[in-house]
Design a protein around this ligand. Sequence first.
Ligand code: ZN
Length: 247
Amino acid sequence: MRYLILTDIHANLEALDTCLADAKPRGYDQVLVLGDLIGYGADPNAVVTRVQRLNPTAIVRGNHDKIARGLEEADGFNVVARSAAEWTLNALTPEIRQWLVDLPQGPHDVDDLVEICHGSPFDEDAYIFDELDALKALQTSKRPLCLFGHTHYPVTFELVGDALSATGPAAASETRLELRDDVKYLLNPGSVGQPRDGDPRAAYAIVDTAKKQVELMRLTYPIEQAQAKVIAAGLPEVLARRLGVGR
Ligand code: ZN
């Protein structure tokens, strides 16, 4: 089985389409989506429609997707995120809004190898940045490979016995991770539509369960086009700027 892994698309259609075009010739059987389809970007309806057409095998909601339930879900957001949430809520069609409301909460066990969540397996909205939280997530996770998003920061935590190690973002456009049987993995492929590791390239992954391998991709995409749409939509300008620097 080859799973296409998408997370934190954030209404960035240019980034999503670039990832999908790259993934197609590589080949995949099923699609797993780790949440935050909307919020920040200018194409929430088009992005949701694309994802619907992919017919994901498993999908979990992100904190930005929960905005579809009502603006009170944005209470913990900063000023910019809240402003984007208000814009997004106005832009959503009723059908797409309802589809987002109905998205299930993570974590979700996909098969014997893979589990997915938005923030962490112990709390859908928790941010995993440091090794303490990673350890807690690895101990909570019920599968050898737990995939998460939310931080927009590509990282792989590996737990062997009591020893935890972390590997951060790679400069290469493609990195392969061979999965070992004696290791528990907690992996964030990075954000499709709003990277925050200082690298503006879109990120996604393919998990091959037969080969026990993860392919991590970073792709240049038409950033200027996505930025122009953000500005034209009247969304906060900082959201366009940050796409250019990947922060
Ligand atoms: Zn996000």
